[in-house]
Write a protein that binds this ligand. Structure first.
Ligand code: SF4
Ligand code: SF4
Length: 496
């Protein structure tokens, strides 16, 4: 199955012995010229790349105050060293968050601090060489920007910000990552990560309509490009066809049907994912975000609801208004944007949906908090809503639910191992090894409570788990969408 060894699942997490350089070979394919240029980056390594990189670093420290503070304030206390799933799964010391930061920090010190300029050895400052650049390419693509380390850092240093900046610098010298940059190009050209054109999308949605009608005997609509609809739903394109994502989309449609609210998808903004964040490029993030604004204006909707996608929710929650706002043309009575879980949760709380929990009695569930939802956004009006709202909806949809150990959920959640633009087959070893801490936590509830399925609300987590669960002896279909549970439990037609 693979040319690497899958780590052994231990009863309790064990901090591994260091294995220097053991993951130095792991790097994603470099983006070809065409993918670089469509995003406004040079097609290949530019001649004076050292200077271009340093100029960009200086620009970023000036532009993003947090970035410079993070580079200046680490005291090497070590609190973050054992908090990264990639270190725990690979044993490579450069996957310790502080060591990952230092790959960039030592170049920053050499060029932008007094001590680094005059006493480089004393402060661990180094020149930017091709060897350093190669290390950046390798290890900044072994960070899923999950922010778990920042929770444990007494200074709140966020390695994700440093890894985003590093990737932006690399893009600017002509060494971008194929997976992310090719996908962003597809969004510009076609509207979604998959390159699914409008006719194929319409076809898929018609097929779903027929499938659901056959299944429950009720016509539940999956509208696309419908002008004048109340709600525009922007969801990850994986929801249009892949298991278990599509079962979630069916869940959204049934919820809208029961609520009696008109909604539509857009073929122009047929993607919630925004990989501009993964490459640290606010310019590309803005261009992708603007498509949502344009679609909302064109269709004349009053609200925007985001589907189940972790980083898309982070971008939407934290940046949509500043990148693509103001949204003063939408109904001011609703938040912009809203999450599909907030929408469904509200209906459940008001008793507007009839739920038959026994429809999910063939499953014993647990829930994986996705990093970008848990540590970079919120839901609802109360602090911690991003933890309680999904769990409330799951509990309203099934009879058997158990949380994984406390130090692996909520803000301490472990990344699935495929976030941050790393969900590509050329990084399979990293993805499998990085999933280790989550797999150990899952094993614990499987053994203690007989858990059979893990629910998630992120397209990347769902895809990643479908792929890596079998490496650890679980079946690939033990990952489910939260709205898949809603879809099974909701009694369609009961409120009409
Ligand atoms: S942000 Fe996540 S992946 Fe990156 S170093 Fe920190 S814990 Fe590791
Ligand atoms: S926890 Fe924070 S201050 Fe301590 S070593 Fe890690 S990044 Fe530096």
């Amino acid at each position: 199955m693979a040319d690497f060894e899958t780590p052994e699942l231990k009863e309790y997490p064990v901090i591994p012995h260091l294995q220097e350089g053991v993951m130095a070979h792991s790097k994603p394919f470099v983006a070809k010229e065409e993918f670089q240029e469509s995003l406004g980056f040079p097609g290949e390594l530019v001649d004076n790349w050292e200077q271009v990189a340093l100029d960009k670093m200086q620009e970023l420290t000036g532009k993003y105050r947090g970035f410079q503070v993070f580079l200046d304030s680490c005291v090497k206390c070590g609190a973050c060293t054992d908090k990264c799933h990639y270190y725990l799964g690979t044993s490579d010391p450069k996957n310790m968050p502080v060591a990952r930061q230092d790959l960039l920090r030592k170049v920053y010190r050499r060029n932008f601090t007094f001590a680094g300029k005059y006493f480089p050895k004393l402060v661990g400052a180094v020149d930017l060489t091709k060897e350093v650049l190669d290390d950046w390419y390798s290890y900044f693509h072994q960070c899923s920007q999950c922010r778990r380390c920042s929770v444990y850092c007494p200074y709140g240093i966020d390695t994700a910000e440093i890894s985003m900046a590093a990737r932006e610098i690399m893009d600017c010298v002509g060494v971008g990552q194929k997976y992310c940059n090719e996908i962003i190009g597809k969004v510009y050209k076609i509207g979604n990560n998959l390159g699914l054109p409008q006719p194929a999308l319409v076809d898929t949605l018609e097929g779903l309509e027929e499938e659901v009608e056959e299944d429950i005997g009720v016509k539940v609509r999956f509208p696309v490009d419908e002008k004048g609809a109340e709600i525009l739903v922007v969801t990850p394109s994986a929801d249009f066809f892949a298991e278990p994502h599509v079962d979630g989309l069916i869940g959204y449609a049934k919820v809208f049907h029961e609520a009696g609210i008109s909604w539509t998808l857009s073929s122009y903004a047929s993607e919630a994912a925004n990989f501009g964040m993964f490459i640290g490029s606010y310019e590309n993030m803005r261009k992708v975000s603007l498509r949502i604004r344009e679609a909302a204006l064109d269709l004349g909707v009053k609200r925007i609801v985001m589907g189940e996608c972790g980083h898309a929710w982070r971008v939407a929650y934290s940046f949509l208004n500043t990148l693509a706002g103001p949204f003063d043309f939408l109904d001011p009575n609703y938040p912009v944007p809203q999450h599909i879980l907030e929408f469904t949760h509200d209906l459940i709380q008001r008793g507007a949906l009839t739920m038959d929990k026994s429809a999910n009695d063939d499953m014993v569930l647990t829930y994986h908090d996705s990093c970008n939802v848990a540590r970079a956004s919120r839901m609802g009006s109360k602090p911690g809503g991003q933890f309680t709202i999904p769990r409330d909806v799951i509990r309203a949809s099934c009879n058997h639910f158990y949380d994984m150990p406390q130090d692996t959920i909520h803000e301490a959640t472990y990344c699935c191992g495929g976030g941050g633009g790393l969900l590509t087959d050329d990084l399979m070893e990293l993805r499998v090894k990085g999933a280790l801490p989550r797999m150990e936590a899952l094993k614990q509830v499987v053994e203690e409570h007989g858990v059979t399925h893990m629910a998630a609300i992120c397209a990347i987590c769902k895809s990643q788990f479908s792929k890596v669960l079998p490496y650890y002896g679980f079946t690939m279909d033990s990952i489910v969408s939260v709205h898949q549970l809603v879809s099974n439990a909701i009694v369609v037609g009961s409120k009409q």
